[in-house]
Design a protein. Structure first.
Length: 96
């Protein structure tokens, strides 16, 4: 599974999307970029949180957040010794 999302309403009635993405690295790579699309787009600019989980030490930075998606930069602590995939969990929700 490369991407998996669930769109829902929070208890206070706000639109939100929770999901996972797979950030794939080839041998020797240390950084990659992944994109997540929001369809339909959020009416207001969403707040997005993202974290790497699993066995690999990786840092996730939000490079860009738009109404219709987000760009995430994922960086390993050291270059990949073999091809690998890092699982990224994210939550995007309507702003206040």
């Amino acid at each position: 599974v490369l991407q998996q999302f669930t769109r829902f309403r929070t208890p206070d009635g706000k639109d939100a999307i929770r999901g996972t993405l797979s950030a794939e690295f080839m041998v020797g790579e240390r950084q990659t970029t992944v994109y997540v699309g929001f369809c339909p787009p959020f009416e207001l600019l969403p707040q997005v949180e993202a974290n790497a989980n699993g066995d690999f030490e990786a840092e996730v930075k939000l490079a860009q957040v738009l109404h219709n998606g987000a760009q995430l930069d994922v960086r390993l602590s050291e270059p990949a010794e073999e091809a690998l995939a890092v699982s990224i969990e994210f939550l995007a929700s309507e702003g206040v």
